[in-house]
Design a protein around this ligand. Structure first.
Ligand code: 6CS
Ligand code: FE
Length: 295
């Protein structure tokens, strides 16, 4: 049996807002890694930490080259880890990039990345999920409002809120090309969503999420309470954000793609159990069970 469920979801007839009391957003201290106490306090308060420039110019150029290679890699044609946009058939996401690409495997082990994840989580970490979201121009579709943790808990069996994500911009993020929006402070509130998880839900949800997206009344309450922050910045800028941040992004009808590398780090003590609201776990590339500690 799974441990006590602090975050019941997809189980009740009505949505519920559950205040987060047990799991801090920041588990480590300033002595544990690259972030200052001010950064850590900001992360506790807002649920995210922006980084102006995470990569050197040559690392950025290499990373951009790598995501272009992956986009056209013939060996990935037909691979289920490549998700396409519903209307344009362009690549929406490529998963498992830390396994497919030796370049990204090495990059994420850097102290600026794995070191910060360890510091925020106060623990050894592993990669729960990695992906590139391409958000192509002329038709990149939105990501509906959601908490990542809600899906990882319900469908992957992540027990507690002790995971952190890095979104690293690979193209310039303008306010008009579908950049990330987060409700600052929303990581403190868990929205228990309505609707049962259909079998193989991920096949639909990765193209357009419908289950595990909060009802409009809950979203209105959260938006009134927390407001909405939109992240913009050049390629190479980044944001660390808590697993329970309420976030989403608009579609992209501009000619300018909005691509980002997205890596989810989980604390080793928070590894996956049975899903809390699904019949069976999602595939390995969405929620890793066969993981290795990063060092
Ligand atoms: O499925 C996932 O793991 C992630 N993707 C989506 C579209 N929603 C939940 C979570 O962020
Ligand atoms: Fe998300």
């Amino acid at each position: 049996m799974s441990p006590t469920d602090l975050y019941p979801t997809r189980r009740f007839d009505e949505p519920r807002l559950i205040y987060r009391t047990e799991d801090p957003a920041v588990w480590g201290g300033a002595a544990d890694g690259p972030l200052t106490q001010r950064h850590l306090d900001g992360h506790t308060q807002h649920g995210f930490t922006p980084v102006e420039q995470l990569l050197t110019p040559s690392e950025l150029a290499a990373a951009q080259n790598e995501i272009e290679q992956l986009l056209h890699d013939p060996s990935l044609a037909g691979d289920e880890r490549v998700v396409r946009e519903r209307t344009t058939d362009e690549v929406r996401s490529v998963f498992d990039v830390h396994k497919i690409s030796p370049f990204f495997a090495a990059l994420i082990r850097d102290e600026r990345i794995a070191g910060v994840a360890r510091q925020i989580l106060g623990s050894d970490v592993y990669v729960h999920q990695s992906r590139i979201n391409y958000k192509p121009g002329f038709g990149g579709a939105p990501f509906e409002w959601h908490s990542d943790f809600e899906t990882w808990h319900a469908e992957d069996g992540m027990p507690r809120m002790r995971a952190v994500s890095l979104s690293l911009a690979m193209t310039e993020n303008y306010h008009f090309n579908g950049s990330l929006m987060i409700m600052p402070g929303s990581h403190q509130t868990f929205v228990s969503c309505i609707g049962e998880t259909p079998a193989d839900n991920h096949k639909a949800s990765l193209v357009k999420q419908e289950i595990g997206t909060p009802d409009q009344a809950s979203l209105r309450l959260l938006a009134d309470k927390y407001g909405i922050h939109q992240f913009t910045g050049p390629a190479g800028s980044a944001v660390w954000f808590d697993s329970n941040c309420m976030h989403g992004s608009n579609g992209n009808i501009t000619p300018f793609p909005r691509s980002n590398l997205f890596i989810v780090f989980n604390a080793v003590d928070n590894s996956l159990v049975e899903p809390f609201a699904a019949d069976r776990p999602r595939p390995e590339y969405l929620g890793s069970r066969d993981w290795q500690v990063l060092n």
